[in-house]
Write a protein that binds this ligand. Structure first.
Ligand SMILES: [Zn+2]
Length: 240
């Protein structure tokens, strides 16, 4: 069983960016946890959005969530230490965050923080903390703006409906923008245009310590073969 931790700048980013992969991880028995940064501007909005998040967590089967309730531009210096502590406590194997060219300044801030967290959590920083960390890789998901160079596709064809439902549960947000439609349309484009699947989520991979650990040796040795006992498969593009 792998431990997956997702950094979500806002409540709904996790489902828009990677709701299908979340559902897939959980079906495979992996523990998924989310760290939410910003819950909203005031008490009423925070309550509404956190309650929506709790419903989505129960729907998808997310194990745990932390609401840091901090305005992202004013992230306090103590935040990285707090999150490193959580990543170590969770024995995080895979860390997810938005990608660096997302376009939304707050998403980019959390992406930059994720790169620093990977380095700090795996290193000898904050030695007083309990537990240790061996994050195998940082996966960057797409929310606001598509990824320019895709490193990895996750086939979510069987999880499309569950992802759409999860996003639709954020009624406070989908009332303004039809994220449940835009995200799924992007996922279909990703899958179909790459001839990979009917629906896929795209990621960039950073800081992979050992790629074989992530994708499984069978996949590297037998190009095109489905990975043995691995849920992750690299895109096997046809030469065009
Ligand atoms: Zn967001």
């Amino acid at each position: 069983m792998a431990n997956v931790t997702i950094l979500a700048p806002h409540i709904d980013d996790e489902s828009i960016g990677m709701g299908g992969s979340i559902a897939k991880h959980i079906d495979l028995g992996n523990a998924v946890r989310v760290i939410f940064f910003d819950s909203g501007r005031d008490g009423i909005e925070m309550k509404e959005r956190e309650s929506e998040a709790e419903n989505v967590m129960a729907f998808l089967g997310i194990k745990d969530a932390q609401f840091l309730r901090g305005a992202i531009p004013y992230l306090h210096r103590s935040i990285p230490e707090t999150i490193v502590g959580l990543l170590r406590q969770y024995s995080t194997d895979f860390l997810y965050a938005p990608h660096l060219n997302d376009g939304d300044s707050e998403h980019v801030t959390i992406s930059e923080l994720a790169h620093r967290l990977l380095w700090m959590a795996n290193g000898n920083y904050f030695p007083d903390q309990e537990g240790k960390c061996n994050i195998k890789s940082l996966f960057l998901y797409e929310i606001h703006r598509p990824i320019n160079e895709v490193h990895y596709l996750e086939d979510i064809s069987s999880y499309e409906k569950r992802k759409k439902t999860a996003i639709s549960m954020y009624k406070s947000q989908t009332g303004r923008v039809k994220y449940h439609k835009s995200a799924i349309s992007l996922n279909r484009y990703r899958g179909i245009s790459s001839e990979f699947s009917q629906c896929a989520e795209a990621f960039q991979i950073f800081g992979a310590r050992n790629l074989i650990e992530i994708i499984g040796p069978a996949q590297l040795l037998t190009p095109g073969a489905p990975p043995a006992n691995a849920h992750r498969s690299y895109q096997n593009r046809k030469k065009s």
